[in-house]
Design a protein around this ligand. Structure first.
Ligand code: MRU
Length: 366
């Protein structure tokens, strides 16, 4: 998507064919800075510190982390060490494991001399697949937005989203945002309510920045505002992203997503989850019991970071010294609260049967 009008993606390989560049998302929206990943340790650090974040981008970065590891040492032992290091960087998004498994399974059978080239090819394919997948999600989600637009001709379609499931969270297009960008390009009037998404403010900092860069009308709201807006007919549909969906359709996403689903259900508003198939974890069924929920450093909860009037980036404490804080990064929305899943193969029910029918090769069915 666009940055200052120029098409940009979130991760790429430089002209030398090996140097990996990405965007330091911890500095947005105040500063658009690129970072170079020179080693698997750099890639791991970028994921853990959330310089790169969002399930699909975590997966793509891990794939390039494997490339950088192979560049340094193509042996099996080094590949195993790199896979373990990357896998430990963040626990919730299953795209990380999907990507590492795919890369290592492709590389292990190869002679040492062929591994580096194959690794970069594999990572490039993961990125290309992510872009194509998100475009397909966009086309399917666009139908939902177009239907909402037809229901109230002339009025903007109001979409509420949580966190950042935009192009910054993927290689390009985003998942939840792909239908929004496509609707905007088609001239469908659309307005996005952007949950700020405490504690790290991915909505306020990243989604708002993305939408502004693309000229999409949006309003940033405090996380607790969605229910009020829904009660007053100001939300037509909710579209969020996803870090892991269980085989029966439970959805792990940024903390606070579950409360939006409850409010949507109480107000009879469609609650849609956009996800690429690598986000499906067919190995687990009960998402609430089985999806590991990341708990991050309490300082993220106790502080806020922003730009001062004179342009400095500062972090200030907003919680009394000594008060305990908890920083659960994700929650799980039970499948029964999900109106439908927007996947690259269509809009499907959040059920075991629908997921298995749409992705039989992943579900292990015939
Ligand atoms: O902690 P983050 O910023 O990595 O969390 C991101 C989300 O929760 C996104 O909604 C999810 O990864 C989907 S991204 C297309």
């Amino acid at each position: 998507m666009k940055v200052d009008g120029a098409p940009t993606r979130s991760i790429w390989v430089e002209a030398d064919g090996e140097t990996v560049t990405t965007i330091d998302q911890t500095l947005l929206p105040h500063c658009f800075a690129k970072i170079t990943l020179a080693s698997v340790a750099d890639a791991t650090r970028a994921i853990a510190s959330m310089q790169v974040r969002g399930a699909p981008l975590i997966g793509a970065t891990a794939a390039y982390g494997i490339c950088l590891a192979v560049r340094a040492d193509p042996s099996d032992a080094a590949l195993d060490r790199a896979a373990a290091m990357l896998l430990a960087s963040r626990p919730t998004a299953i795209n990380l494991k999907w990507s590492i498994d795919r890369m290592t399974a492709a590389l292990r059978p190869l002679p040492i001399a062929e591994r580096l080239c194959a690794a970069y090819d594999g990572a490039a394919r993961i990125c290309a697949q992510d872009i194509a997948t998100n475009q397909a999600i966009g086309r399917h989600g666009l139908d939902l937005i177009a239907r909402a637009a037809r229901a109230r001709p002339g009025a903007p379609v109001n979409v509420l989203t949580h966190c950042n499931a935009g192009w910054l969270a993927t290689v390009d297009w985003g998942t939840a945002t792909a239908p929004i960008y496509m609707a905007h390009e088609k001239g469908i009037p659309i307005h996005v309510w952007v949950d700020e998404t405490r504690p790290r403010n991915q909505g306020a900092a990243l989604t708002a920045w993305e939408l502004a860069q693309h000229g999409v009308s949006h309003t940033v709201i405090a996380d607790n505002t969605g229910g009020h807006l829904m009660q007053h007919g100001m939300v037509d549909l909710v579209i969020v992203g996803c870090d892991r969906v269980s085989a029966r359709g439970d959805v792990a996403n940024k903390i606070g997503t579950y409360l939006k689903a409850l409010a949507a259900r109480d107000n009879d508003i469609g609650f849609y989850v956009a996800l690429p198939s690598p986000t499906i974890d067919f190995a687990i069924s009960d998402g609430i019991a089985q999806i590991p929920i990341e708990q991050r450093d309490g300082r993220e909860q106790a502080t806020m970071t922003g730009r001062t009037a004179d342009g400095r980036i500062e972090t200030v404490r907003v919680v009394p010294e000594g008060s305990a804080v908890a920083n659960y990064a994700f929650d799980v929305t039970p499948a029964r609260l999900v109106t439908a899943l927007i996947t690259e193969r269509g809009v499907i029910a959040a059920t075991r049967a629908a997921l298995a029918a749409a992705f039989p090769e992943r579900a292990g069915s015939p």
